[in-house]
Design a binder for this molecule. Structure first.
Ligand SMILES: [Mn+2]
Length: 319
């Protein structure tokens, strides 16, 4: 679907619900609330539906937000590559999504209509360009939402996916009255005391393999429950393993259930994280991807490290 068709779709439908992905981030939330606000201004009914209670750190996106509550007719997913990312509360919408707006190259095409730009740094960037192209007005709130989405997914304009279009969009969004400095400080600099403790604890138990080119951080249910810290404080640790000098692939293994582990993989340009996770049935971006693996922790680690060995060998051959 191109932008013109998207505009037509939005005009022709009504009674929208917008889904965000589980463990929501600034891109899925920023995109959802920006689109919801635009649709309401178009005279449509629209609600944002989340799998879980929203993280407090993003409350500037949903402060003052209220549900309209009506019978849903049109289901939209933003920033969701795969129905597996709906989470348990939204699982009932699988197979029922009318429109998906996304930027993940791994998008499975689950929606009846898809607007996909795999080059875009964020779903919020796709939306920004759509709004601009089709003359859908921005305002301070929508600008803040979209800026937050782009800043989130580019790691505050630091990641490899920070294309010129991301900066151009940010520059235009900054013309609105948004406190970008406060937003970025809040998203990237501020952490709780508990969080700082967790980071120290995780760094302590980090394991290094293959001449320290691979680092692995493991977060078991036991560690999480014994820490006495809110589970949400354990989100977003995945960038830590790759922050170590010399590491080409940083892996975070987080226990989901007894024998189910979620892997977050971050890589330098030597390794394709998305391809790595695809081997285990997952996907994502070229430098940041994820997957879920079943088995005991030992089995999972063994399988993962074997694959790490393969990709490091490949990387050496390609050098
Ligand atoms: Mn995104």
């Amino acid at each position: 679907m191109d932008f013109k068709e998207l505009k037509q779709f939005l005009c022709e439908h009504d009674n929208y619900i917008i889904l965000t992905h589980k463990s929501p981030d600034g891109d899925t939330l920023g995109s959802a609330f920006a689109l919801c606000s635009a649709l309401r201004d178009m005279g449509k009914r629209c609600d944002v539906i989340n799998n879980e209670n929203l993280p407090v750190r993003y409350n500037f996106l949903y402060d003052g937000y209220y549900l309209q509550e009506f019978t849903a007719e049109t289901v939209v997913a933003v920033d969701i590559a795969d129905e597996k990312l709906f989470g348990s509360r939204l699982a009932k919408y699988a197979g029922k999504v009318d429109l998906c707006i996304d930027h993940h190259i791994s998008n499975t095409g689950y929606a009846k209509n898809t607007v996909l730009d795999p080059q875009a740094s964020a779903a919020a960037l796709v939306l920004f360009e759509f709004f601009k192209d089709q003359g859908i007005p921005l305002n301070d709130f929508r600008a803040m939402c979209l800026y937050t989405g782009i800043a989130t997914d580019t790691g505050c304009f630091k990641f490899d996916n920070t294309i010129p279009r991301a900066h151009l969009a940010a520059a235009e969004l900054m013309k609105y009255n948004i406190d970008f400095s406060k937003i970025n400080r809040r998203m990237f600099d501020i952490k709780s005391k508990e969080r700082l403790k967790i980071e120290a604890m995780m760094s302590e138990q980090m394991e290094y393999y293959f001449d320290d080119r691979c680092s692995v951080m493991t977060l078991t249910s036991e560690i999480m429950s014994h820490s006495g810290v809110e589970p949400a404080e354990f989100d977003g640790l995945a960038s830590i393993p790759l922050s170590v000098e010399g590491v080409d692939i940083g892996i975070t293994i987080k226990q989901r259930h007894e024998n189910v582990f979620k892997l977050s993989v971050r890589t330098t340009d030597a390794i394709d994280a998305s391809a790595f996770c695809k081997k285990f049935g997952g996907g994502g971006h070229i430098r940041a991807a994820g997957c879920e693996i079943e088995g005991s922790l030992d089995e999972v680690k063994r399988a993962v490290l074997e694959q790490v060995q393969n990709v490091l060998k490949q990387a050496d051959e390609n050098r």
